[in-house]
Write a protein of this length. Structure first.
Length: 290
């Protein structure tokens, strides 16, 4: 019995895409701490973490359930729990629903506006991005980026009680990081996406245009993080570090435009990811030691 439970937990853990979920959760925590609210309130902090973790996980499970047919067509995803038959569709839908309902209920209980922003992320990600646009338009990644920016905005909202320009800057930073993430994978697994008939920028506009968009998105994301930090009023020591990180990211982006290659694209993807994590860390530290 214990072994069955452990096995199920393993498959459920794969369904929530734990690395992606925890990265988005980190953005929500960053937005929360950036508000300099009393984040030493364990009840509020625990509520934020629990609500976001459950809602993000539930939305991811919904996405995995809906994408089961195209996942089965791609080499990279065919062994995921649902297309491989390790988890049934009904089981996944029940899991996703429980996670979403509990996560949203906690969110609305803590603060209605916070819950509304979390719900907006769920709706945009699953209904608009996954169900409506992902298999129809390469531009679906824009909506994927918007949904990706909701957790950090939600965290900020929970801390200050409203949507402000700092929250928007931080959400934009995540929004423009998402295309770098998605389009890099689109290009690395070009044949997989074609086999599944998923429209991508690489298939619709070519690799050259895609590399340019990746570079520009990386630059905008780095600048948005810097503007968000500057708007917060954190000390210049932290701002300088952010400027250095942004300069490095921009440098790689320019090199990617001048000397385009798949290897450089993936390096840019890793640099952009590291830059985002470090930028959030700096914003957290800068907000704490303000």
């Amino acid at each position: 019995m214990l072994q069955i439970i452990k096995t199920k937990f393993k498959y459920y853990w794969q369904l929530i895409k734990s690395l992606q979920t925890f990265l988005l959760l980190l953005t929500g925590i960053t937005g929360f701490i950036s508000s300099r609210c009393p984040y030493n309130s364990w009840e509020l902090t625990l509520g934020l973490i629990t609500s976001l973790f459950l809602a993000i996980s539930g939305t991811t499970v919904y996405n995995m359930a809906y994408d089961r047919k195209i996942d089965a067509l791609m080499e990279r995803t065919k062994n995921r729990p649902i297309p491989s038959g390790k988890v049934s569709l009904k089981e996944a839908i029940i899991l996703g629903t429980v996670l979403n309902v509990v996560g949203l209920a906690i969110g609305f209980w803590i603060m209605p506006l916070f819950g509304l922003v979390v719900f907006a992320g769920l709706f945009i990600d699953f209904i608009i991005y996954t169900v409506w646009l992902k298999q129809r338009s390469a531009w679906s990644i824009v909506w994927g980026g918007i949904s990706g920016g909701m957790p950090i905005l939600a965290g900020r909202v929970l801390g200050i009680g409203e949507i402000d320009f700092v929250g928007i800057f931080l959400a934009l930073a995540i929004l423009f990081w998402i295309p770098t993430h998605i389009m890099t994978f689109n290009m690395r697994h070009f044949e997989d996406y074609n086999n599944a008939s998923i429209p991508t920028f690489a298939s619709k506009y070519g690799f050259k245009s895609s590399r340019l968009i990746i570079a520009v998105s990386t630059i905008i994301s780095a600048v948005a993080f810097s503007l968000g930090a500057f708007s917060l009023g954190i000390t210049w020591g932290f701002i300088r570090v952010l400027i250095i990180l942004a300069t490095i990211a921009i440098g790689f982006a320019i090199v990617g435009i001048v000397y385009p290659s798949d290897k450089m694209n993936f390096r840019l993807f890793k640099i952009a990811s590291i830059n985002m994590i470090l930028a959030m860390t700096i914003i957290i530290l800068g907000s704490i030691y303000y």
